[in-house]
Write a protein that binds this ligand. Sequence first.
Ligand code: HMG
Ligand code: MG
Length: 302
Amino acid sequence: MGDFVTIYEVGPRDGLQNEAKPVSTDVKIDLIMRLKEAGLRHIEATSFVSPKWVPQMADHNELMAALAADHDDVSYPVLVPNLRGMDAAMTHKRVDTIAIFTAASESFTQKNINCSIHESFERFAPVVELAKAANIKIRGYVSCVAGCPYEGAVPISRVAEVAKKLHKIGCYEVSLGDTIGVGTPRHMQDVVRVVSDVMPLSEIALHCHDTYGQALANIYAGLEKGIRVVDSSIAGLGGCPYAKGASGNVATEDVVYMLNGLGMDTGLDLNKLIDAAWYISDHLGRKPVGHVANALKPQDKQ
Ligand code: HMG
Ligand code: MG
């Protein structure tokens, strides 16, 4: 197992989708550019979901049009729930990766995307077909891998079943989402072990929310089991509007600080990440939620 860990940044999407205060497209682009400057190469930019459901992502067309001017070797994946979203996403040449999303819990799937898990796969079928024909990579999300806000405990076998299906239909990577942050390290190791029986370990990512302060411990537990792709959100922004009590994702700068200490490589510049964390937090009128950006404040914040 190598020592390089790929950080998949979700702040501009998973983070900003949950902010009550509107964030302008210009600020989002500025943030994305700062994240790129810090070395991130996978920056989930927005969602092509219904603006009635998630108004924070309603500027998806403007945002992706602005990113068309960016010619660097950076991927800006976008969330796509259905064919309507795929048609819109495909009008943007900067879309080289889409993320389709479902869950291991029926109630959460209903609340989040208004259909059953089975129906979510029916919706994905034409999306996947278009993506494959256009050489667009497909990432898959399974939410509620450690618990559901409506159903409580979620059987690991159900997580594995959904992850296997996503992998089978063509997802190059499946991200296991502890949407409400209830997971603890040994449980997450069990989840990783059971899912890696049905798909390659190297294609599994962990997506931890920090609601109960377990995210770093869970990521460390995942690393011990061989996980090498970690989703995180700058400044610890985020939550899911359809998961009551879901706080932000683990902060990117906290994950990178831990990985640096472990002697693992991410290719990222921690100081630039901290600057980006303060940039967006200043716009939101608060301090970064994560720890490291507060412990290592930039000079002008001392
Ligand atoms: P629906 O209401 O069942 O769909 O929503 P519909 O087909 O009946 O359409 C309803 C209206 O939405 C129609 O408009 C459609 O045209 C429009 P109207 O006729 O009423 O004017 N519509 C769309 N508009 C724009 N883009 C689209 C689109 N589709 C339909 N793609 C739908 C179904 C999936 C659209 C809706 O439930 C939805 O948008 N849900 C998104 C929820 C969401 O984004 N949640 C957060 C992301 S998931 C997450 O955060 C978890 C994750 O981070 C991992 C983890 O932490 O676990 C990934
Ligand atoms: Mg999430």
